[in-house]
Design a protein around this ligand. Sequence first.
Ligand SMILES: [Zn+2]
Length: 408
Amino acid sequence: MTSPATAYTARWVWCGPGDLRSGAAVLLENGWITEVAHHPPRGVAVTDLGKGLLLPGLVNAHTHLELSGLAGMMPPQGDFVGWLESMVSLRPAQLRQNGPESTAAAVDYLAQDGTALVGDVTNTGKAAPVLTQAGVSAVSFYEALGAAKAEPPPAQAVWQGAVLMAAAVAAHAPYSIPTYRLAALKAKAGALPFAIHLAESRAEVQFVAGVGDEGKRLEEFLILRGLRREDLRLAADTPLGQLMAAQALDQNTLLVHGIQLTSGEVAQVAAAGASLCVCPRSNLGLTGAMAPVEELLAAGVNLALGTDSLASTPDLSLWAEMAALVAAKPDLAPEAVLTMATQGGAKALGQAGKFGTLRPGAAAPLAFVPLADLAEGEVVEAVARGEHAAKPVSVGRFDSAERKEQGR
Ligand SMILES: [Zn+2]
């Protein structure tokens, strides 16, 4: 049994970069977009969302849902290594006390907030079924750490109706994984995205180069966790160099943060065709800086946007991340910011055409942002700046009840 097609219309419809329409109709059938038309076809149920912008469901390309129990417990204070220390001391008790409840609440937030797809870093895999149940698609990145800890399962992409549940491979960071294991993990990732935190802090850059007080402090932290610098068999003196030495930088690589990338490295990332995810509020909070977004865009690097975990950002709103990015980089084109939160994230997670766009063959949910009376030229900028008239919502989410109805 299939559910009948439904059409959604709104005052404004943003199908993707350079494609803002006035009053189009988006048809959904069983969780898939089947048509984007000027007017709804006859005989189809129509929901007019009214004054505001209808756009693709957002793609949160980097978060850690299983850390949701740490919300508000360790607000970032510009000290990256100090934050890592808090994390390892607070995490075990939090996971025991309220792990499942806080993860479920975080998933519910994403499901309501207009998020269609999430790149979720995990050590347990526990958020994946909760996401699927709620109709939020996910690439679950199983994160390896150290010389042998947390070996990820094989990478695979499975669809349940129009809901993606993919398992992919992540390596924690160049400063916590030996070169030979980075190479093995990248090989294991296959054609699915391979994620790694990279060049997040000055401490990381100094540690890999073997210089500086902050590098020394990170080294002492790692020794206490059982990881010696010599165990890493470093093959380069920069984090990106490490990745390249391990043959782990290509078009399926998703770099997360990249705050400390130099101009020369931006060119190397562009040449490799890799994607990079910026987490504005987490990056600013933990390190007081952000990746060179303008330079990366100018070099043609595909950029995505993420919230990071509730241990370093106040909520899981990608709308708020867009606003924080615009506030920090006022010269960015608003449409480039919206593209990062949609199409850029979809590409970074290996899902171009399936998410982040309003085109036939892409999956729901869509997102709707209520807006004040605006001229056409003001619409995209208002959304990027977070100037909403009311809370954004998910539209046409294909949740477990509908899938059951459909007999899947
Ligand atoms: Zn992270």
